[in-house]
Write a protein that binds this ligand. Sequence first.
Ligand code: RBV
Length: 426
Amino acid sequence: MDHKPDKYKVADLKLAAEGARLVEWAESRMPVLMALRKKYSKIKPFKGYRIAGCLHVTKETAVLVKTFVEAGAEVSWSGCNPLSTNDAVASALAKEGISIFAWHGMSVKEFYWCIEETLRFKPNLTLDDGADLIFTIHNRHPEFAQQFVIGGTEETTTGVHRLRAMAADGALKYPVIAVNDAETKWDFDNVYGTGQSTLDGILRATSVLFAGKNLVVAGFGHCGRGVAMRAKGLGANVIITEVKPTAALKATLEGYRVMPMDEAARVGDIFVTATGVKDVIVKRHFELMKDGAIVSNTGHYDCEVNLVDLGKLAKSKREIRPNNEEYTLKNGRKVFLLAQGRLVNLAAAEGHPSEVMDMSFANQFLSQLRIVSLHRSGKRLENAVHDIPAEQDQEIALVKLGTQGLAIDRLTAEQKKYIDDYSSGT
Ligand code: RBV
């Protein structure tokens, strides 16, 4: 089916109507992306270009996919996590004729099969969340970079880290724009999006009271900061574990307790890892945990909580409620693992709210458009990881403010002059 991505594989097409309503709901909360859709559906700048995407199949992602299609692109899509696909949304997209390969609860083997399917239509552009698609191209089909791929974008911190390491090694075969590093992405999506959706996931999987609980957040980056802030708002006693001194220091000034995981493991009631690093919670930590401790992860990969260690320590396990497995340890205590250690906000809830994804995905759309526009004029970014232009952030933020009915002040000519005038002082 070269060049004709007319295939799909989803869980159940009968869910399409439900999915379409979810997408409609998201559209009503994503005014910036919808304004881009309106503008570019007329000129169809993506006409003749094929985009392969590998990003959580949520109602917000569907709004992005449909925007690409209306702007003229051919699209083929897979999810970027085995547990994050919303089956209703996936079937709504399939029903609309979009090539999509995604269902909730797939195996890792199926995950890569889906990616391969999206590559069959020879994409010109890749859109990643976690870099699994781009790595699949580099590892299994390196010739695609010469043959038809002209560039890509990356949505998340973990993916950008991996790609920067690859670029530093000279191994990156085509240019990638780091959407994550846009201020209107990381300072909103990563903080407020992760903060709210992570708590949403933990609550849906447990329904516990946060007030008065010791909530341990591993990692005080943007995501950890958001989780800590929102948990504090619900009355939790937040404890931060860190490896970076400045981040730990900032956490103390926000009023959080800071301690190593070896201490936190003894006192925590709820654990959330948000580090991007593996083995944050391992055997010796599980052994120290209180009876009833709840363990979850909101980082991109499921390696932050060592599941092999947990499995070895357990004498039995059962699902006590959806996305919540009770492990009975050999020491008699129980530990509850949420969403199999995969990102709890997407696996147990719906991911970030539409309002923040509005800005993240506006950045995605404009970054893909930048690659295409350069290509049309015979240009190409170098094979490196590129930032989005600073003006793009201000533009997106201004439009977002406008959609909220908010206006801001403007610098006068005099003020602009003052800013650059180093001769004036006291
Ligand atoms: N994320 N997407 C959603 N609702 O579509 N929620 C979260 C959604 C993205 C977010 O941008 C983050 O960088 C990434 O998921 C982590 O995999």
